[in-house]
Design a protein. Sequence first.
Length: 272
Amino acid sequence: YDPKSSSYVDRSKRHSNGAAKALLEVMDRKKSNLCVSVDVAQKQSFLTIIDTVGPYVCLIKTHVDIIEDFDDQLLAELKALSERHDFLIFEDRKFADIGNTVKLQYAKGVHKIANWAHIVNAHPVPGPSIVEGLASVGLPLGRGLLLLAEMSTKDNLATGEYTTRAVQMARQRPDFVIGFIAQRRMETIGSHDTSHGEDFLILTPGVGLDVQGDGMGQQYRTPKHVITEAGCDVIIVGRGIYGNGDDVDAIRKQAQRYQADGWKAYLDRLSK
Ligand code: 5FU
């Protein structure tokens, strides 16, 4: 079994986790493997971008702690947009603490992330206890977790044995860990036999069509490289979509462009 040569919709049937299933189904339904990362500080701008790109994405990625005028109304509007435009929500929280602390950070505080984010992620650095802490909150709500097995930045430390250990941690909780933030497929890592039929979702940041980096360590690859060649599943694009000002027509055009490019890269991979 090779997830790289299987369709998103066929793969949805292999997942028991509701968030993973729902994501693969919406990707198929909307013909989109595009996740837009909406990293802006004002609520109005945040909601306008999401309303503009919503029809073209399978997933919206947030950093809710960036928003200066955050309030509960924003969450209500985000939820409404996710229903209107048919996308899931991924809060890029990058939990990284002991089980008890991440459990509190996930469920409580001002943001109450578990109430509205279908998917969150965590650094594997604390070991399996971080997954247990998050699962105690997320599993009863049908949520899914991604582990950060690799990063997109220059000279990052998530390589080699660290990446292998992240994959081993995921294998211990397949009901909750639905995949990885990574730059390539992970099933063959740790000399694992692919005949196990393992299927991870690989969500990949550091995607751009026009520039190679941002002068602060970010490194960009194209959808063709990420989806067709590296076999990842979802392209995560931020500034490539809204980085040239807040003209909604320009933002819409970029979202359409990345959606088309990402989908073409997926079809090319299937026909290989
Ligand atoms: F885990 C990672 C990573 O390795 N690289 C990233 O860029 C996460 N990101 C996030 O993806 C980062 O926090 C941004 O929210 C987003 C990329 O935004 P960009 O504007 O496309 O560079």
